[in-house]
Design a protein around this ligand. Structure first.
Ligand code: FES
Length: 604
């Protein structure tokens, strides 16, 4: 903060007090304050606000020379409760180096940190709180651009939602995926193998001693889950949206390459700060960019959770997510990436195969190549710069896909008037066309109490239905949609059944699992009125989810058992239950979505 400029600004502020109207035309021409001068704390005296801020920043040891530089906020999400962000201190140091090398001033600040296994009842309840934290702290503190450091499932969505609403130039830095482990010569990694081994324990296929050994190997380093779960999916989506530096999605958390990406991210943030109007999120997060991201989600066999998160991020940008149009994209976008849970490999293999450049090269005919990225170049230019591909076996060519159609199908029918989804690439093909008897669990507690009861009336061709795990029901739409196979069937060798709920499932899970049934049971959706013994028809090929019960009968059931919507006495839980939207609107809060007409996404 320069002394003469400070005095001029203070004088200007005093003058403006007496002649606001007369000065408006002149003031409109002046550039908005930048660096440490922006967003002054309100004391009713601009000069004093600046004077006081300067005193405190000097107290922190900053020189005048440092304070002349563009200020780059670095949103840190390191926490002892978050092993997925365990490399955050090293990453932040590398970002700071990049910022300094490019002539900026790095300013690290904390936001809340969310880890899947350390947030009760589910991290999804807190995603919107993190988005609000991110948005408000970007807006409240002086910065010209912001680096968002995050990786675990809800973090990247929350940061992109917050940054989109804050409107300052923003760039995402992914923490990176963990390494894979080895159990008796077999490669294992979180969390697809966590589920697989737990299912083996339930089926009495392995004992307690061996499961303890596997437990030591499933998470062999810091970083995000090593398969194409939600974190890896959102990393790929962030790069596809143009919100990371090229190649930012896939380097492992503990690699030197990840640190170089961090340094490059810091440097690029300074370049963005110097051209703020070119690099605001609205310039990057455009309709064509979202369509590219949706293509990538489908082609990677990505997590179903990303459908909810993309709807939320797009909602912040003034788009309304069109599930049916997304389904049409799915019919023409093949699955190309052979990663668990849909395929065989892990994220470090994807990275060794060239990462997103390899995938985007294959997807080129389906992409909008003229979209701007945070690098200042278009996606097409970035692909040109990445050069030619090489022989590898993780990303298939467009002509020889793993699945000819995208990994996620959108279902409609009287059981899900607002839509539901099924990850066909992780399902049992034989169950994707299925009619069966419903075995209903009223909520998660009912499921826990009865699923393993030897007296439970259930057969392998029944349809397991779980109610009240939607946005308001649980609340927070927990990842309980992949119901466990009832113990007596698991021990008889049953590996998969059709399962239906208004909840989500982990991106690392697999099975014939129908999710996000909308409207949810807790707000009186038809799911609330399903009874054990009803018949349900699932047809992925016809995109159909039908409860074979007459409308008259459903109306009578609704009248006999009116739904009481959940509420809470106080605090964030009360805000959540009052304001949360359904899955098709991204489970965002109604008051965080901009008002006014919406543009449909993806376009028709
Ligand atoms: Fe953090 Fe899987 S628990 S990415």
């Amino acid at each position: 903060m320069d002394e003469d400029r400070d005095r001029e600004e203070a004088k200007g502020a005093k003058g403006a007090k007496g002649a606001k109207g007369a000065n408006e035309a002149n003031e409109a021409k002046e550039p908005a304050p930048a660096g440490m001068r922006q967003g002054l704390t309100s004391y009713g005296d601009t000069g004093f606000s600046l004077f006081l801020r300067k005193a405190f920043i000097k107290g922190a040891g900053f020189s005048d020379a440092a304070l002349q530089r563009p200020v780059i906020g670095i949103a840190g999400t390191g926490s002892a409760y978050n092993p997925c962000h365990g490399n955050a201190p090293q990453l932040i140091a590398a970002v700071e180096r990049g910022v300094m090398l490019a002539g900026g001033l790095p300013m690290v600040f904390p936001t809340i940190s969310l880890h899947e296994s350390f947030a009760a009842p589910t991290s999804m309840v807190l995603r919107n709180l993190m988005a609000m934290d991110t948005e408000e702290m970007i807006g409240a503190q002086p910065m010209d651009a912001v680096v968002l450091v995050g990786g675990c499932d809800k973090t990247v969505p929350a940061q992109l939602m917050g940054a989109a609403s804050a409107g300052k130039p923003a760039i995402q830095l992914i923490t990176g995926s963990m390494l894979t482990g080895s159990h008796r010569g077999e490669r294992v990694g979180a969390c697809t193998d966590c589920r697989r081994w737990w299912a083996r324990l339930r089926a009495q296929d392995v004992g307690e001693a061996e499961i303890a050994q596997v437990n030591e190997q499933l998470v062999p380093s810091v970083g995000t889950c090593s398969v194409m779960g939600t974190a890896s999916t959102m990393a790929c989506i962030a790069e596809a949206l143009g919100m990371t530096v090229p190649g930012g999605a896939s380097p492992p958390a503990v690699s030197a390459e990840r640190m170089r990406i961090a340094e490059a991210t810091g440097a690029q943030a300074v370049a963005m700060a110097r051209e703020p109007d070119r690099f605001r999120p609205a310039q990057i997060l455009t309709a064509p960019a979202f369509e590219n991201a949706l293509r990538v989600l489908l082609a990677i066999g990505g997590s179903t959770n990303a459908v909810v998160h993309l709807a939320a991020i797009a909602g912040r940008c003034g788009f309304e997510f069109d599930l049916d149009a997304f389904d049409r994209l799915g019919r023409e976008t093949p699955v190309l990436v052979d990663l668990k849970p849909s395929g065989a490999h892990y994220m470090e293999d994807f990275h060794a195969a060239g990462g997103m450049a390899t995938l985007l090269r294959e997807l080129k005919p389906l992409l909008h190549l003229d979209v701007l990225t945070v690098s200042g170049r278009t996606l097409g230019q970035e692909l040109e710069a990445a050069g030619a591909g090489f022989a590898q076996s993780v990303v298939r060519p467009l002509a020889n896909p793993i699945y000819p159609q995208g990994g996620i199908a959108v279902l409609r029918g009287n059981l899900a008037p607002g839509g539901a989804i099924v990850k066909v690439s992780a399902a049992s093909p034989a169950l994707l066309e299925h009619e069966g008897r419903a075995v209903v669990f009223e909520d998660a507690a009912d499921l826990a109490a009865r699923i393993d009861d030897p007296a439970l009336d259930v057969n392998a061709d029944d349809v397991l239905v779980l109610k009240r795990i939607g946005p308001k029901g649980a609340p927070g739409m927990p990842e309980a949609g992949a119901l466990p196979i009832p113990l007596k069937l698991a021990r008889a060798g049953v590996k998969d059944m059709v399962r239906i709920s208004d909840g989500r499932m982990s991106g690392t899970a697999f099975g014939t699992v129908v999710l996000h049934v909308t409207p949810e049971a807790a707000v009186g959706g038809p799911l609330a009125h399903v009874q054990s013994g009803d018949r349900i028809r699932l047809s992925a090929s016809r995109r159909e989810l039908t409860l074979l019960v007459s409308p008259q009968e459903l109306t009578a059931r609704a009248a006999a058992n009116p739904v009481q919507q959940p509420s809470a006495e106080r605090g964030y839980r009360r805000l959540f239950l009052q304001s949360v939207l359904q899955a098709d609107r991204g489970v965002d809060f109604d008051f965080l979505v901009p008002a006014g007409p919406k543009r449909r996404l993806p376009g028709r």
